[in-house]
Design a protein around this ligand. Structure first.
Ligand code: AMP
Length: 120
């Protein structure tokens, strides 16, 4: 599957649609989810054109992969989530209901998050 440059997160990266930014560095942009599933729900995205975790880890240069994962940790730290805890999640493909075809890591926090997978 080819990367679609018209996906919502590509538009956010280009500044064509707004976001509520939480953090940004050379490797990532983090912003609050428009439909939060927890009191804190932030999405962390790489700046390059990567569809999924598999695409990113296969194609991105090592320093970009390292920089991105360091940034995910920095976002959680900057949001003050270390003590109370948080969950990170990345949906990939149809079974996981990935809605936006640009790699994104969800960070959920702010209340007890319950079992790891929704029961249904
Ligand atoms: P996923 O199902 O893992 O692909 O998650 C996509 C997430 O992107 C959902 O939680 C949406 O609420 C969120 N989302 C979609 N459009 C926007 C937007 N314009 N700004 C912020 N979050 C968005």
């Amino acid at each position: 599957m080819a990367y679609d440059p018209e996906n919502t997160f590509a538009k956010i990266l280009r500044g064509e649609i707004p976001c509520n930014r939480a953090y940004e560095d050379d490797y990532c942009l983090a912003f609050h989810d428009i439909n939060p599933q927890a009191p804190t729900h932030v999405l962390v995205i790489p700046k390059g054109e990567y569809i999924s975790m598999a695409d990113f880890t296969a194609k991105a240069p090592p320093e970009v992969i390292t920089g991105f994962f360091r940034a995910v940790g920095a976002v959680a730290r900057d949001l003050g989530l270390e003590e109370s805890g948080y969950r990170i999640l990345a949906n990939s493909g149809p079974d996981a209901h990935q809605e936006v075809a640009h790699l994104h890591i969800h960070i959920f926090a702010g209340r007890p998050l319950g079992p790891m997978l929704m029961q249904n």
